[in-house]
Ligand binder design. Structure first.
Ligand SMILES: Nc1nc2c(c(=O)[nH]1)N[C@H]1C(S)=C(S)[C@@H](COP(=O)(O)O)O[C@H]1N2
Ligand SMILES: [Mo]
Length: 372
């Protein structure tokens, strides 16, 4: 049983930064990123809609690149009214010939290993140390089987998926009610599934127990937690409040009114540094930048890094993206020319790869180097 999970969790090296490419000498410390807010990391705080957990990415290694459930980011904590002990039903209805209710027992019978997938909140920002991204190993029921079983009518062009979002408290910043509208084809192409387990254990309340949607390659705002309804609709349906709230963060143009005017909320190619290690070899100091690369649809073969606007981009010296989902790790040895503040950003020099956030400098981080 345990051996089986090991195999599922580490299907092979995840873009492995090899030891030989570390700087000479030994690692003597880690330089903190500057300009990021002092927020609690790796622990949940707050409640319901304002509850959060930000993941500390700085300890990721190639051997340990799956985030434990207790450290996996949380964007909204479970409602105080959520009762996971009652008989949970997912209503599959709307424009269908055969509406039905799915029980958790039925879902469990359909579940199978879904592999490692990355989830990122579209509101993952620098001030919060980009702590709203993670990779977990999922188990769940493929959605395509469930959608087919309902026998959608000819007009049923779209699927609304919603979850239990009734809270006791009013939120300071979030609109309650997460639901997203997809085409059946989008869900099928992405390999979407209803997850029941994360890293081998049943979902926790905060991560969507008893059942949540996972849409690989799409932003977290589409991965509805506490799923209780799957409803087929026609093509005239309006976008949900969640889709409108996240329109700009999912790279829509304006705030479209209709669901069909939304582009898939997929994660474009992205990359960022997660740790800057300081190495010493006798008197000689150098730094090793460790980072991640994720998103996009075709693995890239080139990644470049730049340490300040006046410097040139150079090739990242140790990277390989073998898959777009989950993430890959990369490393780069760096010897700054002088002490000072550096703005570190990445670039993917492939004209055909769309990477709007990356190119806009969204994932840039800064560091203060005092010793060279
Ligand atoms: N029902 C429901 N599902 C939801 C949300 C929500 O507020 N309510 N938040 C979404 C957002 S914005 C993100 S980024 C992911 C985060 O999932 P996690 O908290 O398990 O990391 O859940 C999504 N699913
Ligand atoms: Mo999100």
């Amino acid at each position: 049983m345990l051996a089986g999970f090991d195999r599922v969790r580490w299907p092979g090296p995840i873009g492995y930064p090899s030891k030989e490419l570390s700087p000479a000498g030994k690692m003597v410390g880690v330089v903190e990123f500057t300009g990021e807010a002092p927020v609690p990391m790796d622990e949940a705080f707050g409640a319901e809609l304002d509850g959060r957990l930000y993941t500390d990415l700085s300890r990721l290694t190639a051997e340990n690149s799956v985030i434990p459930v207790e450290q996996f980011y949380i964007r909204t904590r479970a409602s105080n009214l959520l009762d996971v002990h009652k008989q949970w039903l997912v209503h599959v209805a709307g424009d269908v010939v055969k509406p039905f209710d799915l029980t958790i027992e039925e879902l469990r019978q359909m579940e199978r290993p879904m592999g490692l997938h990355l989830m990122e909140c579209s509101g993952n920002v620098r001030s919060l140390h980009f702590g709203m991204i993670g990779v977990a190993e999922w188990i769940g029921a493929p959605l395509s089987n469930i959608l087919e079983r309902a026998k959608p009518k000819p007009d049923a062009k779209r699927v609304l998926i919603s979850g239990f979002d009734t809270y006791t408290a009013k939120s300071a910043s979030s609109v309650p009610g997460a639901s997203w509208i997809f085409t059946p084809d989008e869900l099928k192409k992405a390999g979407a599934f209803l997850a029941t387990k994360m890293n081998g254990s049943p979902l926790t309340r905060d991560h969507g127990a008893p059942v949540r949607l996972v849409v690989p390659g799409w932003y977290g705002c589409t991965c509805i937690k506490w799923v209780d309804e799957i409803s087929f609709t026609d093509d005239a349906i309006r976008a949900t409040s969640q889709m409108q709230e996240y329109a700009s963060r999912t790279m829509q143009i304006g705030i479209p009114q209709l669901a069909r005017e939304y582009k898939p909320a997929t994660i474009e190619q992205a990359a960022m540094p997660i740790r800057i290690e300081k190495w010493a070899d006798g008197e000689k100091i150098s730094y090793r930048v460790v980072g991640i690369l994720w998103g996009g649809t075709v693995p890239v073969t080139k990644l470049e890094i730049r340490f300040n606007p006046e410097e040139e981009y150079v090739d990242v010296d140790n990277f390989q993206q073998t898959t777009n989902d989950p993430w890959s790790l990369w490393t780069h040895t760096w010897t700054p020319k002088q002490p000072g503040t550096y703005l570190v950003r990445l670039r993917v020099p492939h004209p055909q790869v769309v990477a709007r956030r990356l190119e806009a400098g969204y994932y840039m981080r800064s560091v203060e180097i005092s010793e060279i």
